[in-house]
Write a protein that binds this ligand. Sequence first.
Ligand code: G3P
Length: 216
Amino acid sequence: MQIFLDTAEISEIEARAALIDGVTTNPSLIAKSGAGVMERVKEIAKTVSGPVSAEVVATDRDGMLEEGRKLRAIGDNVVVKLPLTAAGLEACRIFHEEGIATNVTLCFSLNQALMAAKAGATFISPFIGRLDDAGGDGVKLLEDIRAVYDQYGFETSILAASLRSLKHVEDAALTGSDAATLPVKIFDQLINHPQTDLGLDAFMADWKATGREGLV
Ligand code: G3P
């Protein structure tokens, strides 16, 4: 499963660049960073070699096509992020025919995921946490999308998004999601465990007590 960082903060990306497969952004994250969209996407696309999802802000098909082409011109690793609307899916189909990678976002239902796959989306982003917040079942949605994509042989990658907990990440992996995007807070918890820290402290203390240095 690919692990992406869900942020537009360069310092957060740089500090974790060696351990991530890519980055996802959205208009809210770029707005929060205070940077301009083009400028920030350029910086991110230089910092990581994997996919960098950058979202259009137009809501009509032609506007999305224009903005998407500008974003893609930044680098071959830029993935054009499109909202799951009729206009977004029309733009997705055109980008698919042009060989431009897309991430169809704001997916909350199996039918939406089906339509995105039919439009040739490279990634579909089901919003697990927000679906749970609204009384739905985000993990069940991941399972259902996996089953339908496998049944029909759709090549669209499932990118579990809006993940709020370590359990969500494990569920994304257990349901066979192809990728998951995580805020820094969750990403850092993937690696850290208090027992690891305690165990390492004990190993180091035992080694120091020998008075030996290095691997001797
Ligand atoms: O970038 C899309 C998604 O991961 C947003 O997450 O936490 O705003 O629901 P959240």
